[in-house]
Every structure is written in C-alpha cells, then in structure tokens.
Design a protein around this ligand. Structure first.
Ligand SMILES: [Ca+2]
Ligand SMILES: [Ca+2]
Ligand SMILES: [Ca+2]
Ligand SMILES: [Ca+2]
Length: 548
C-alpha cells in the first residue's frame, strides 16, 4: 500500500543550527483498501545548505505528541510503510547537517484514516416489491464514527439522516411502477464513503389474489380431469396458472379458471395440483395443494370360452359361457358367433343360451370379448364347434300283419323304422289309440285280438328320433274274427227238436211221418238238414199247425 505525499521543503541554509524546513506541501496521497496496511509516500523540497547531511521523517497517530522517526539520509522522498489505515497520521520532516544539528519540524501534514463506513440496507430486501410508503432501514458503522447516511433513488439524493436509526420513508406513489436502485451512502468524518445498493420493484399494490382449486374426482383420477380454480383479488385477477407437481400445465386469463388435465400421458401415481393467481401488479396468490392419485387402467382383460369346448358338436339350445378377469374389473362380455355379436353379458356370470337351430349345420366359430371400464378389450381364443341339428323325421312302416288280413288270437305286430341319426322309440296304435311302445332294436309287440271286438280295425306306427322328429307309418286294415267254427245240425238234432215239439221222447210213427222237420236257415230251407251256428232255426209243426 502506497501513499505518496510530497512535501515542498524550503530550508534556509545560512545557519545549520537554525536550519528550518519551512514548507512541506502534500502533492499526492494514494492508498488502497483500508483493510490492509497503508504505505504513505512523502516528498519534500530539498534543503539547499552546503552542509546538509540528511532528513528525518517524524510521524505519529493523531498528532506528533508521540512519534516514530525514520532517518532517510539525504533523499527528499520517503515511504512510510505498514501504517494502520484506520488511524489518523501526522507527518513532519527535519533536516540535519554534518554537525548533527537538526532543524525544527517542517509543516505538519496529516493523513486521515481511510476506512470507510460499512453500510447495509436491512429492509426491504433486495428486489423486494413495494408500494405506497416504504420504510427503508439502513445500518451503518465506522471505525471512527458515521457522520451521515444518504439515501439515493436511481442515483438521485432522496434524503439524509445524520443519526441512528438510519431510516428513510420513501413514497413510491410518486414513482412509476418499475425497478429502482436504492443506494445508502454512509460518510465518516474523514470523508470516507461506504455504499450499498439494492433494487426495489415499485408496484401499484401489494395485495395478492386468493385462489383455491378443486379436482372433482373421488378415488383415482383417470383420463381428462378438470381442475377448477376460483380466484379473487382486491383489484382484478389477470391470470391463473395451473401446476402439476410444480410444473406449469396451463395458464388461463379469463373465467372460468379451468384446466383439462390429461392424465393418460403420465405415469400412474400421486400428483400435487396447485394454482397461482396473478394481478396486474404482479402479485401472486398460491392455492393450497390438492393431492390426486392418478390411475389409468391400460391392462386389457383376459377372457376365454369355457363352454362349449373346442371341437364340440352342438345341437338345440346350448349354454355359451366365458371366463373373464381384469386388473380392475370387467364391465361386459360380448359373445360372437362367426364374428357376429350375438349377446352381451354384464352380470357376474358370463353366459348366454345359443339356439343352434337359428344357424346352419356345420362348423362355426365362437369367441368372446371382455371390456373393462377404461375401454380396454380382451379377445378370447376361438372355439371351433360343429352344429348339427337333426331335422329329418324317421321312416316307419308296418311289417306285420299284412294289410287286409283276418286275424284271431294273439298275433305279432311289427314295424320297420329307420332314421338319418337313430330311432329313439316306435309307438304302435290300434284304431288311433296307443297300444305299445318299443324302444329296442326290434320294433314290435304281441296283440291279443281277443281283447278287441271282431271286425275291422286299423293299425299304425309312429317312429321318433332323438331330436323329436316323428315319422308316421301308413295305416294297415285288419279284420278280427274270433267266432267259433259253425256246428252242423243233423237229423238227430231235428229229431231232438221233434221230441221237444211233440212232448215225448219217442214220437209216434205218425208223428215221425206227418211232422216234417225242415230247417230253415236265415229264411232259406236247408236241404241237407244241417244248421250252422247262429243260424235262425225255424221248426215247422205241420201236424199241429203250431209254429215254434
Ligand atoms: Ca472511517
Ligand atoms: Ca391485488
Ligand atoms: Ca383393465
Ligand atoms: Ca332324424
């Protein structure tokens, strides 16, 4: 550290005893930071006496009562190093001659302490936003003493305070909104100056908007979620910003303050929703946090056909069933036949009845789709089935008895039946009334004709297949005759009748002769004298004229 001080020394040279340095003039004084040691450079006018031997520099703190001295020989320049910049130093120079006679002090020059006050602005903070009247508080200290503190706004002196507290009242209403530099300048008695500068942002008002938000979901949020905020301000809300996990998602300038938050492009998990509301002065209100759990179901259900099994053959109405599961839940299961939607099942049991008669015989594909609430779709493997419905009726015909036959006693009734699939039973009808059912390989039964009246009867059969198709046979007509064989009446029978007619066991010869026993059968004479069963017997009693 170098301070250069130049003295002009005018020394009268006539008498060394009275040698005087009559003028020492400071020509320069330079030093660096006060915190470091100070070097002061002195120079002075030379003494012109012939016996000059040298110079001595005297210096002391706060005057020359107590001094240090340095003999600097006959140089007219000296550097006093290592001084404390926090102290006031006084300097003087003497000249001495070859007889060691020393002059009195030259003029005394003083170097004041060079430590500036330290000053800071404690409030408001740097870059603070202010409005109306702002109290600016500064603190200033100095190694010696603070004389005054000045407040400058954008470099222009605003006011001065000479004693603590160093507080300044700044009316910002006289300022246009914007940034201003605020400088506090502290002076000490030595004229050292400490400064500090902050920036203040002058705004029209400082009341921030209020804002609160809601996310109208319960439980997990998914898809597009509407975040709604309400905001109010003493002047006007100019903007609401929406934040998801502290990252702005949207800014809205007008009511309604709503944000359609798309949750489908973010990972599932917990999110913090908040909003900031701004007014024209730049004041910001921040909402409370809303914690939302996002869950978007991206897993499709699994589904499989349980019934029918692959390669099953189906007929009639069959139950189609599926098994389905999902990480969240099944909303519905659709059943497809050959790719065409046939049924939708919403309940716990995923099934429906398929009437295979509504489709063609042959190979068909059964499949199912399962949906979850998020619209994910699981598709089952195909179940390949064969539909076969028997629509062909059996053929049936009566084998025995032959048509138009005459029957008596117990006779066999039989039929022949065939079907494209198989006969399940054959029914036998007599005169339209079911008489017997045959399930075995042989379609027949025994008819006891004695249980029915003699005469003409009809016989028919019906053949059934497993599908309920019925084949009807042709009708067979039979004649039943169970009358005993006719018995021939003889002359003996006629004699018996004569005996009954005459009232004697042995008719007389005359009666034998005169009575003619002439059988008439059904109104006709029977020349051979025989009477058949059921014939009407007419006995003529010529002798008595009686007719029996
Ligand atoms: Ca000072
Ligand atoms: Ca406001
Ligand atoms: Ca799912
Ligand atoms: Ca059939």
């Amino acid at each position: 550290m170098m301070a250069a001080i130049r003295f002009f020394c005018t020394c009268r040279g006539d008498h060394m005893k009275t040698t005087q340095i009559i003028a020492i003039i400071l020509i320069s004084l330079v030093w660096a930071a006060a915190a470091s040691a100070l070097d002061v450079q002195l120079s002075w006018d030379p003494n012109s006496e012939a016996d000059l031997a040298g110079y001595k520099v005297y210096y002391g703190v706060d005057g020359l009562t107590t001094t240090e001295v340095q003999d600097v020989s006959n140089q007219t320049i000296a550097t006093i190093a290592g001084l404390d910049p926090a102290k006031n130093y006084s300097f003087a120079v003497t000249a001495y001659n070859t007889s060691s006679i020393e002059s009195s002090y030259s003029n005394i020059v003083t170097v004041l302490e060079s430590v500036p006050p330290s000053v800071s602005i404690s409030s408001p903070g740097n870059n603070a936003r202010v409005s109306d009247t702002v109290l600016i508080s500064a603190s200033a200290t100095d190694n010696v003493g603070v004389d005054k503190v000045e407040l400058l706004v954008d470099g222009v002196l605003h006011s001065t305070v000479t004693a603590e507290p160093y507080q300044f009242s700044l009316d910002t209403k006289t300022l246009l909104p914007g940034a201003y530099s605020i400088t506090a300048k502290a002076y000490d008695a030595a004229g050292n100056i400490g400064t500090t500068t902050i920036s203040l942002n002058v705004v029209s008002e400082l009341t921030p908007p209020t804002v609160s938000c809601s996310v109208p979901v319960t439980g997990s949020a998914s898809g597009s979620v509407t975040v709604s905020c309400s905001a109010a301000d003493d002047v006007a809300v100019t903007r609401v910003e929406f934040y998801i996990n502290n990252v702005m998602g949207a800014a809205v300038n007008t009511i309604p303050y709503q944000y359609a938050w798309d949750t489908t492009s973010i990972p599932n998990g917990q999110y913090t929703i908040a909003a900031k509301a701004f007014d024209a002065a730049g004041n910001v209100g921040v909402s409370a946090d809303n914690i939302v759990t996002v869950f978007n179901d991206t897993s499709a259900p699994t589904v499989s056909i349980v019934l029918p099994a692959n390669n099953d053959t189906l007929s009639g109405t069959v139950s189609i069933s599926a098994s389905a599961s999902d990480n969240v839940g099944i909303s519905k299961v659709e059943f497809y036949l050959d790719g065409i939607l046939k049924a939708t099942s919403n309940g716990d049991l995923y099934s429906y009845p398929l009437d295979t008669l509504t489709t063609t015989n042959g190979s068909h594909i059964i499949s199912a789709k399962a949906y979850d609430a998020a619209g994910n779709i699981g598709v089952s493997a195909d179940s390949i089935v064969t539909v076969f419905n028997d629509t062909s009726a059996p053929a049936v015909s009566i084998v025995l008895p032959a048509n138009s036959g005459t029957l008596s006693g117990t006779v066999s009734i039989s039929a022949s039946a065939s079907d494209n699939v198989g006969i399940s039973k054959v029914e036998f009808y007599l005169d339209g009334i079911l008489k017997a059912t045959s399930n075995g390989d042989y379609y027949g039964y025994l008819l006891d004709t004695l249980t029915i009246a003699d005469g003409t009867h009809s016989i028919a059969a019906k053949a059934y297949d497993a599908a309920g198709n019925i084949g009807q046979s042709g009708e067979i007509l039979i004649s039943i005759s169970n009358v005993p064989p006719p018995v021939a009446f003889t002359i003996t029978d006629a004699m018996l009748a004569l005996q009954i007619a005459v009232g004697r066991t042995i008719p007389t010869d005359s009666e034998r002769t005169l009575l003619d026993v002439a059988p008439y059968i059904n109104g006709s004479s029977v020349p051979d004298g025989k009477i058949n069963v059921n014939d009407v017997i007419v006995i003529l009693a010529k002798i008595t004229g009686k007719i029996i």
